[in-house]
Design a protein around this ligand. Structure first.
Ligand code: 13P
Ligand code: SF4
Length: 362
């Protein structure tokens, strides 16, 4: 059956119904919605013509998030979708490491990222040379890399993980490699959170001071790295106290990229999709603060307008990398086949082993 293409006027009517529940005209004028509807309609037409699929991360801005992606979700869900698609082109509305993961899993497909500015402070926080150094210091310990890493780092990794399966993957790595300790990189705070969850010690080697492999395997230990997400590191225990003071009884949900002292004061921690699920299932009659990129709250409210007053917005903390992806650039990505993600075979193949291992575990 040939699907009929929605006209820009029809998209506009749909946006009015879907988005006006949470974004009133007093905040976003009607002409803005009409303008976006026109972009959406053109994107959908090109997507159909070119047999493309659009994957959208949970942090995309609300109009983009609720219109053009075929699949939405956290890093784990989108990796799975990328592995399953039959489309010829994958447009990744997310950040560069996510598009690279899609290419790792689909070498013969064209993978496009709509903006070259969509980086990630965690992925930038570690280089292949750092893994070579760690491997030399700890030759018998597995390297678990967070999915927020570049393909050349994944290529030197034993197994990848996401925020949705990190504890499960670390527990698997200990068992599979029959070792008490694991190298986990590059997120310093997530390393601390996993160490707490799995009752393991935490150790950060530096060029000036490195414990031996014998020392770090005396007790189960996470050997971590020092990169941080510049968004989630801004949350502090003081901020949680301030929220609780202003909204007594508020429930605090924090992404595991937040520092351990923030997680300790929160009520729930999980991936972006786990947080969304928690809010939609348990959010009635509560004030809720999401310690993560602010778009998440708006995206939840669009499909659950009854939660609009429940979600506290602290939108001074945002991810500039995720917001580099716009409807305009998504349209240009499809029009001009830009920006294509390519990975040399010598890197892609070993990186695929680490990503597929993760997918087999979770
Ligand atoms: P999720 O996998 O939880 O969506 O996290 C990705 C990310 O970059 C969060 O900052
Ligand atoms: Fe990277 Fe942090 Fe932005 Fe996620 S929120 S993409 S970890 S910089």
């Amino acid at each position: 059956m040939i699907e009929r293409q929605e006209s820009s006027a029809e998209v506009y009517e749909r946006l009015k119904i879907d988005l006006r529940k949470s974004i009133p005209e007093s905040v976003v004028p009607d002409f803005e919605l009409k303008y976006k509807a026109e972009l959406v309609s053109q994107i959908m037409e090109l997507k159909r013509q070119k047999n493309a699929v659009i994957l959208g991360h949970n942090y995309m801005e609300p109009v983009l998030f609720h219109t053009v992606p075929d699949f939405k979700g956290d890093s784990l869900e989108l990796s799975k979708r990328a592995a399953e698609t039959n489309a010829d082109i994958i447009v990744f509305c997310g950040v560069h490491f996510m598009a690279e993961t899609a290419k790792i899993l689909n070498p013969s497909k064209k993978v496009l990222i709509p903006s070259l500015d969509a980086g990630c402070s965690l992925a930038e926080g570690i280089k292949p040379a750092n893994l070579v150094w760690l491997r030399e210091k700890y030759p018998h310990l597995p390297i678990v890399s967070y999915i927020n890493t570049t393909a050349d780092v994944k290529a030197l990794t034993d197994v990848c993980c996401t925020s949705g399966n990190v504890n499960q993957v670390i527990a698997w790595a200990k068992k599979y490699f029959n070792v008490p300790s694991v190298i986990f990189l590059p997120d310093k705070y997530m390393a601390g959170n996993v160490a707490n969850d799995l009752s393991m010690d935490l150790y950060f080697p530096t060029q000036d001071s490195v414990k031996s492999e014998a020392e770090v395997t005396e007790k189960p230990t996470i050997i971590g790295w020092n990169a941080r997400c510049y968004v989630h590191e801004q949350y502090t225990p003081q901020l949680i106290e301030d929220v609780r003071k202003d909204y007594p009884g508020a429930v605090i949900l924090a992404h595991p990229e937040c520092p351990p002292n923030v997680i300790a004061k929160s009520d729930f921690s999980g991936s972006t999709s786990a947080m969304t699920k928690w809010v939609t299932e348990n959010g009635a009659n509560k004030k809720i603060a999401l310690l993560t990129e602010c778009s998440m709250a708006d995206n939840i409210v669009t499909t659950h307008p009854e939660l609009n007053e429940n979600l506290i917005r602290m939108c001074n903390i945002r991810c500039k990398f995720m917001h580099a992806i716009t409807l305009e650039q998504t349209l240009d990505a499809l029009k001009f086949d830009q920006y294509e993600v390519n990975i040399p075979k010598s890197i892609r193949r070993p990186a695929e082993v680490a990503v597929r291992r993760m997918m087999a575990i979770s």
